[in-house]
Design a protein around this ligand. Structure first.
Ligand code: DGL
Length: 273
């Protein structure tokens, strides 16, 4: 195929940009559409059936209108429930999901005490429990469902000030000490959280490894593209990188400046949801 591949990267908000940025590094010359379902944000508090329905409805429109070659669900809260539905409904379209990085955390820990920091939805999922049973049975696993971190990360991306005390309170439950051992690895199980990882490192009571799955997700997406389109040309140039917000809201100036740093231009202001 000679035309560049078209990717749809989807999240409830701006967290998926952490995944988008890694994919762009591997595959600069592709056509990107980033969709932020800001009208539905935050996903962490949605009930499962309603969230499945919402994401399926949005995908129906986005796929029909934009005909992507691959879809990246850059959201743990959605991926942990919606991926099987997407794959059944669009069997010919590859979907790459984002699920809690429990396996890498369990592989890298020395103390065998790990934490999974995600939304309340993600940590409550059977999917997460199954990953723990499969890959981290030898570890003591603390599940931390944060109510506020995704919103704090959104504020940060909007250029608003985020108080240290608020971030520190959300990450504090990840840090456990037991019988001379303490937590040494934390899986960032929400794509918004790597946006704040420098703050996490600064505010952590002791150093831990913060595990961001974005590079691995990007490698998987690129591998699927290589199978279909071949490898990206060395020195590949950007094709098109656009973003849509389902609310139809125009990003305020500070956010528009942040998006420009990701090479993203607003593509539509009409509400999609
Ligand atoms: N970025 C999303 C995730 O990875 C969720 C944020 C939210 O909408 O609550 O889980």
């Amino acid at each position: 195929m000679t035309r560049p591949p078209k990717l749809l990267v989807f999240d409830s908000g701006l967290g998926g940009l952490t995944v988008f940025a890694e994919i762009v590094k591997l595959r600069p010359s592709a056509d990107y559409l980033y969709c932020a379902d800001d009208a539905g944000f935050p996903y962490g508090s949605w009930k499962e059936p309603e969230l499945v329905q919402r994401v399926m409805d949005l995908m129906e429109r986005l796929i029909a209108e934009h005909a992507p070659d691959i879809v990246v669900i850059a959201c743990n809260t959605a991926s942990t429930i919606v991926l099987p539905h997407l794959r059944v409904h669009w069997p010919a379209l590859p979907f790459v999901g984002t699920v809690p990085a429990i396996k890498p955390a369990a592989e890298r820990t020395t103390s065998k005490m790990i934490s999974v920091l995600g939304t309340q939805g993600t940590v409550a999922r059977d999917y997460t429990q199954n990953l723990i049973a499969q890959f981290a049975a030898h570890c003591s696993v603390t599940l931390v469902g944060s109510k506020r971190l995704a919103s704090l990360a959104e504020s940060y991306m909007h250029g608003e000030s985020v108080r240290d005390v608020d971030i520190a309170a959300e990450i504090a439950p990840c840090f456990k000490e037991e019988g001379g051992r303490r937590t040494d690895a934390v899986a960032l199980a929400c794509t918004h959280y790597p946006l704040l990882v420098d703050e996490f490192k600064r505010l952590a009571p002791w150093p831990v490894e913060w595990i961001d799955p974005a590079p691995a997700i990007a490698r998987r997406a690129d591998q699927l593209l290589v199978e279909r389109f071949g490898a990206d040309a060395p020195g590949g140039q950007p094709v098109s990188r656009s973003i849509i917000f389902t609310s139809g809201a125009r990003p305020p100036a500070p956010l528009a400046a942040t998006l420009a740093r990701y090479g993203l231009a607003l593509t539509a202001v009409a509400p999609t949801a």
